[in-house]
Ligand binder design. Structure first.
Ligand SMILES: [Zn+2]
Length: 183
C-alpha cells in the first residue's frame, strides 16, 4: 500500500531555498540514554532542510527517547530492510530506500515557538504510539533499526520549524539543538 511521502523527508529539494541552521529556542534532552555513541558528520543526505540533522551512531535496538514532551504528529513504522541486504554491515546505502523509512515526528509547542523533532531509521513495528498521542520527555518512542537510506546503524535526528510543516515561504529550516545543561 502506498502512502504520502513525508514532505520533510522526500520533497523535491531543488524547489526550495534554505536557511542555515540556527539554535533552537526550546531545550532538548539527548534522544537516547547511552554513553556508547558517536556522532557522524558528512552524510550526503544532510542537505537543505536536513542540514541541521545529527547522525548518532548507535547499535541496533537502542531505545529512542522523546527529546522533549510533545504531540505525535507522524508515525511510520512498517518498513524493514531484508536481511540479505544488511549482511556484512552494508545495509542499503542508496536513496532508493529513502521512502522506505520508519520515523516519528513530535510537535513541541510553547508560548514562544513551535518546534518539531524527527527521529528516523527506526525499527519496524517498534513504537506503541500513534498520531495524536501525547508523549513525555524521555518516554520510549521506539528502537533504532534498519529502514530508509542508511549504510550503518544510526539515529537520524532533526529539529525543524513550523515552516516545514506548513510548507510555506518555500523555505525549510532545521535547527541546531540547544541541549539541556548547555549554556
Ligand atoms: Zn542522517
Amino acid at each position: 500500500m502506498s502512502r504520502p511521502l513525508s514532505r520533510f523527508t522526500c520533497h523535491n529539494l531543488k524547489d526550495y531555498s534554505f536557511v542555515k541552521p540556527y539554535l533552537s529556542q526550546l531545550t532538548y534532552c539527548l534522544p537516547f540514554n547511552s554513553q556508547n555513541y558517536s556522532i557522524e558528520t558528512g552524510s550526503p543526505a544532510h542537505v537543505g532542510p536536513h542540514s541541521g540533522a545529527i547522525d548518532f551512531l548507535l547499535p541496533p535496538n537502542t531505545p529512542v527517547l522523546a527529546a522533549l514532551e510533545g504531540l505525535v504528529i507522524e508515525v511510520i513504522d512498517q518498513y524493514s530492510i531484508p536481511f540479505f541486504l544488511r549482511i556484512k554491515g552494508s545495509y542499503w546505502p542508496t536513496r532508493l530506500f529513502r521512502s522506505r523509512m520508519n520515523y516519528i515526528t513530535l510537535h513541541h509547542h510553547s508560548q514562544q515557538t513551535d518546534e518539531f523533532t524527527f527521529y528516523a531509521h527506526l525499527k519496524k513495528h517498534s513504537t506503541q504510539f500513534k498520531v495524536g498521542d501525547q508523549v513525555k520527555s524521555g518516554e520510549l518512542l521506539g528502537y533504532t533499526g534498519w529502514s530508509g537510506w542508511m549504510d550503518k546503524p544510526h539515529l537520524h535526528f532533526v529539529i525543524y520549524t513550523e515552516k516545514v510543516k506548513q510548507f510555506t515561504n518555500q523555505t525549510h529550516e532545521s535547527l541546531t539543538p540547544r541541549w539541556q545543561n548547555q549554556s
